[in-house]
Write a protein that binds this ligand. Structure first.
Ligand SMILES: [Zn+2]
Length: 254
């Protein structure tokens, strides 16, 4: 599914790709704008969506640049309607590094929020656009609010949010990686269930989002357990080969 994407261009050597479902979002959003206020609405809605996703890309670039500092390669940033995903060649198992890489994204959102707040303060008070569309100040305010939400929401300790990785990294300093993933995924699932219950009373559609958070938590744990088993199996095979070659008087393979 994640393979159904088109490549746009490279940012600082990192490929930016759009998932096919992103085009559906662009089209739906443009149609909604057109229905609201004709062509002006279409352009405003499209412009604000692009500006929002520029912030998403900057968030992901925050992770990418932090990862590069530790020598981790980044293959691409994939944009989906629900946000962005930076694809790394491997996440360092060193807790401090994982914390820095994870926090770099939300930090970008808070820096952007501060910049937008300063820009809003410097803006002249009145500017009216046709067709009752939000003016420049309202647009900047919208982006400011969304950056604050993006930064804060990503700090929630639940996978796939950055806060889930921060929690895992903090726990990994005290226990093994699989156990740390289990406990951080469990906290994430509790958050997801609590969120789903709250959503049931206020915004039933958001239950889907919390279901997604719950499933990703389980997948993250299963993935960590499988990798640990594979690594254990690999180590055992190498040790057996080494023991065999020593028994036969040959050089160990590694
Ligand atoms: Zn992030």
């Amino acid at each position: 599914m994640l393979g159904w994407s088109t490549n746009l261009f490279r940012v600082a050597g990192i490929q930016l790709s759009l998932h096919f479902s992103f085009y559906l979002l662009l089209g739906f959003n443009a149609w909604q704008g057109w229905r609201e206020a004709g062509w002006a609405g279409l352009w405003w809605h499209s412009g604000i969506l692009v500006a929002f996703f520029v912030c998403v890309v900057l968030h992901e670039l925050g992770h990418c640049f932090a990862a590069r500092r530790y020598g981790v390669g980044v293959s691409r940033i994939l944009l989906l309607p629900i946000g962005g995903v930076a694809e790394f060649d491997g996440i360092p198992r060193e807790p401090r590094r994982e914390v820095v890489i994870s926090l770099a994204g939300p930090t970008v959102n808070f820096v952007l929020s501060a910049g937008l707040w300063l820009a809003l303060r410097g803006l002249p008070a009145t500017e009216v656009l046709p067709n009752a569309l939000p003016d420049l100040a309202a647009s900047l305010e919208f982006l400011l609010t969304w950056n604050l939400l993006m930064g804060t929401f990503n700090l929630v300790p639940a996978f796939p949010m950055d806060g889930g990785r921060v929690l895992r990294a903090l726990l990994a300093g005290k226990m093994d990686y699989v156990r740390a993933t289990f406990w951080s995924a469990t906290v994430g699932k509790i958050v997801a269930v609590a969120g789903a219950v709250a959503a049931y009373f206020h915004q039933p559609l958001a239950i889907l989002l919390f279901l997604f958070v719950f499933i990703v938590g389980e997948m993250e744990y299963r993935g960590a357990r499988r990798r640990a088993e594979e690594e254990g199996h690999f180590r055992l095979t190498v040790e057996r080969l080494r023991a065999q070659s020593l028994a036969h008087g040959t050089r160990p393979p590694v």
